[in-house]
Design a protein around this ligand. Structure first.
Ligand code: ZN
Length: 223
């Protein structure tokens, strides 16, 4: 059975947006959308996610790593375990999105973990951003840790997180639909870029002290 056009279009648009924002390169990143209680529509492995067509997408069954169906014959994302585990853990959600966000990888490579409550936008939309130490890409072990982090409601006292930050491996975000999940990935990257830039400014200040910003001289003509 084919996937509904609305789900197909939403997944293709989300892949394009990740590409247009510079959040994925080459064949990186993957997305899934829940079609019903039994099936997911997922992106294929080895393909650019900003150039997908409807035929490239793959239908998989929840709770199973196979069999799957695809008009193109492509296999599902190599991170399928993440999508299966998170959709199983958060059945109320529609979408799971994962990208190797460049600034997030740089920060975590340097051992830095940003605090989402430091910026108003992320404090509001992503007040909790769990950080997970590195796990083997595509492994069940990593998928289970991501799913566990995304269901942690602190004994019912707080809403569970909407995204997790992975050491040297970007982030995973969830949402009602692909747009919301990609919005959250974008916010994680904005937080990481801002955190990185603040570190650079502080480091420069510590090295050379405060530097007065040169001002252009006023034109004698007053123009
Ligand atoms: Zn990945």
């Amino acid at each position: 059975m084919d996937a509904p056009v609305s789900a197909t279009d939403a997944l293709i648009a989300a892949g394009r947006r990740l590409g247009s924002r510079g959040l994925i390169s080459a064949a990186e990143g993957n997305l899934s959308i829940r079609l019903d209680g039994e099936r997911l529509l997922v992106t294929p492995t080895g393909r650019r996610k900003d150039e997908l067509t409807a035929d490239d997408l793959v239908i998989v069954r929840l709770g199973h790593e196979g069999p799957f169906s695809s008009r193109s014959g492509y296999r599902p994302t190599s991170d399928l375990a993440i999508h299966l585990a998170v959709h199983a853990a958060r059945p109320e959600l529609g979408t799971v999105a994962h990208a190797h966000l460049p600034a997030s990888m740089a920060l975590t490579l340097a051992g830095e973990v940003p605090d989402p409550t430091a910026l108003p936008e992320t404090a509001y939309h992503l007040p909790r951003l769990p950080y997970l130490p590195f796990g083997e890409m595509g492994s069940r072990e990593l998928a289970d840790r991501i799913a566990a982090a995304l269901v942690d409601d602190r004994d019912g006292t707080e809403a569970p997180p909407s995204a997790v930050l992975l050491e040297r491996h970007g982030a995973v975000a969830v949402g009602r639909d692909p747009e919301e999940a990609v919005n959250r990935l974008e916010l994680v990257e904005v937080l990481c870029r801002t955190w990185r830039d603040a570190l650079v400014v502080r480091a420069a200040r510590a090295t050379v002290g405060n530097v007065e910003t040169p001002r252009p001289e006023k034109s004698k003509e007053g123009a």
